[in-house]
Design a protein. Structure first.
Length: 215
């Protein structure tokens, strides 16, 4: 079988990672969460200050497939920490720096070289993997996105409420859509998928069907 690359982009909390993980699993592909990479750099930025931007070549971000996709920052497991409130509220700013983007984009492009990758983020279809065989731009109403995210936040013990969450999501989208370098935008050749009224299984099947036709 021929392997393809699948790019999944869209605004915050649209369900990209949930779907990407499942699609990758079904196809036997590798899932790459590029948001986690930006979050890891942001965590380091918070801990060490802005000078880390000048020495990104010393920053190693790896994924450990065992124990459910762990994220390692210079060998340290930061899977939980990168979802914290402080990282979430700073990540769009750190992601707008040119040095951060060029470093992570080249890392991501290397991961996509052998095909067989499902990568989710904001600029995968436009910048990271412009030749991906399948590109999906996932949308959902802000209300539904906030509700879905609330369930996740509750599950990991956070007490953030729906109103705060909605404001946070809208703010992050705004920053991501309006930054200068590779802003969040649908690639011209991406399939637009509004998941507001769809179940996870429906979204998964929809994407798998298009993917199967290209494999
Ligand atoms: O996907 P997630 O919501 O975890 O991404 C966190 C943040 O990382 C986004 O809000 C965005 O600022 C940044 N990001 C990005 N480009 C990507 C993936 C994420 O700028 N490809």
């Amino acid at each position: 079988d021929k392997k393809i690359n699948i790019a999944i982009d869209g605004p915050a909390a649209a369900g990209k990672s949930t779907i990407s993980k499942r699609v990758a699993e079904r196809l036997g592909y590798i899932y790459i969460d590029t948001g986690a990479m930006y979050r890891a750099v942001t965590l380091l930025y918070i801990e060490k200050g802005k000078d880390i931007i000048d020495s990104l070549e010393d920053v190693e971000i790896t994924f450990k497939r065992e124990d459910g996709n762990r994220v390692l920052l210079n060998g340290r497991d930061v899977t939980e920490e990168i979802r914290s409130e402080s990282v979430t509220s700073k990540v769009s700013e750190v992601s707008s720096f040119e040095a951060v983007r060029s470093y992570l984009v080249s890392m991501q492009q290397k991961l996509g070289l052998d095909k067989g990758v499902v990568m989710d983020g904001r600029d995968i279809g436009t910048t990271v993997l412009p030749d991906a065989e399948l590109k999906v731009f996932m949308q959902a109403s802000p209300k539904v996105r906030a509700e879905r995210r609330l369930a996740e936040e509750r599950a990991r013990g956070s007490s953030i409420d729906l109103e705060q969450l909605t404001a946070q999501i809208i703010k992050r989208d705004e920053l991501d859509m309006n930054r200068e370098i590779s802003p969040l935008v649908k690639a011209e050749d991406a399939v637009l998928l509004d998941t507001t009224d769809m179940t996870i299984a429906e979204v998964e099947d929809f994407i798998l069907e298009i993917a199967q036709n290209k494999i």
